[in-house]
Design a protein around this ligand. Structure first.
Ligand code: SF4
Ligand code: SF4
Length: 164
């Protein structure tokens, strides 16, 4: 069942302590087959998730833009990299390039990404739930479960599947 994104922040808040304890244990003793488990959970979840009905990641949080992202997207938009930076990006507290505004400027009214073919690597990989050595991004995942209903569901399934 798809979660109402408006409820998600509260649901995630209620689960925060439980999730934190789980990830603390996971970091200390990750199962040997964690990469396979995550691949499976990720694929199952995204088979039934339609991101076009959601786009909450694009609406509430933006990606960071690598140099390669900036060059690729600027070329696509027929801008010089510096023009693209000046028009759309700012530097955040971690010294990364991020969007000046959310919802993302490149999100259209039907939740389509206007630069889908050349979108940032971070957008392609979000919510990173099929990433290798998933236990290494626990802090990020604890935040993402409040933004992404699919990540929330994947973490709930993880807790059922992995006994620590
Ligand atoms: S670039 Fe596209 S996928 Fe990435 S946040 Fe913007 S609209 Fe979403
Ligand atoms: S990745 Fe998650 S937050 Fe982004 S559109 Fe898909 S389900 Fe929604």
């Amino acid at each position: 069942m798809e979660k109402d994104v408006n409820q998600l922040a509260k649901l995630a808040k209620d689960k925060h302590n439980e999730n934190k304890k789980f990830f603390d244990k996971l970091k200390k003793k990750p199962p040997k087959n964690l990469d396979y488990i995550m691949q499976d959970l990720h694929e199952n979840e995204f088979r039934r998730t339609d991101c076009l009905n959601c786009a909450n990641c694009c609406k509430t949080t933006g990606p960071l833009f690598t140099t390669a992202d900036i060059e690729r997207i600027a070329k696509h938009l027929r801008l010089k990299p510096q023009q693209f930076i000046d028009q759309y990006l700012r530097v955040d507290e971690d010294k990364d390039y991020v969007l000046q505004n959310v919802p993302c400027t490149f999100l259209d009214a039907d939740n389509y990404c206007l630069i889908y073919e050349v979108r940032p690597k971070a957008c392609r990989e979000y919510p990173h739930t099929d990433r290798k050595k998933f236990q290494q991004i626990s802090n990020l995942t604890l935040k993402n479960v409040a933004i992404c209903p699919a990540a929330y569901n994947i973490v709930e399934e993880m807790k059922k599947k992995i006994s620590l």
